[in-house]
Design a protein around this ligand. Sequence first.
Ligand code: DGL
Length: 257
Amino acid sequence: MKIAFYDSGLGGLSVLRVFIDKLKQISLNEDIELIYIADTLRAPYGSKSVSDLKSYVYEFADFASNQQVDYFVSACNTSSNLFPELELGKYSFETFNLYSAMKNYFLQEETQSHNYLYLATEANINSQKYLDWGVNIVPVACPKLVPLIEASKYDEAFNIMESEYISENITSDETQIILGCTHYALLKNHFKESKKNIIDPAEILFESFATKTSISSREISNGESSNLNNIKCSYYSSGLSSALTVAITSFIVSLDT
Ligand code: DGL
């Protein structure tokens, strides 16, 4: 099985991480090849137009198709919003994206009674696609975060996320905070000590991937043995960035833990 992921930069590594962590727990009887594409040259996407974003996705789709992938995963919330309008039918791969996974998630009755704070890029919030989900969402654009995260300034990004984007907009302890940009999900561990309710859409995306590909029906290993040996990752980038190199290197190192 071959799966391609793309994002504007290093944010989509948070999605790749979720997939690897989950796939490691499944008894796999086949090799899994994961391809990660980082569009570092053109990041951030949060300030890009719809037509630019669409053309980028088509480029990655062509690239993924040339690599003969079985699945094409958008690890970028901002461009995931455009998937319902994109024409990807000519490709032989199946597509998955965060926007549609979240839409399905909110069809479940138990998700509908909560209040959500949706932290996302400007382009994502301006698109108002989150309105399609039909739940009570307070949208918050967080333009300062992606440039900081792309520069590996994780602590600074987290402090700003807390002080400027969450504290100012959250109305109750019960509010569920959706990390609606895959870059923000790289800060997920920073929330470990806090009592906040955090939703990482990548977890929901994996669930829909596992269901549609019937992976979920396979045996889950007991957690002792991981199947990392069956999983191979390749990384591609449109531009050189030392932060991306550092992020990918520490990402690879952390896979063994
Ligand atoms: N990480 C992407 C997202 O989930 C894009 C962020 C950006 O480049 O502005 O929206």
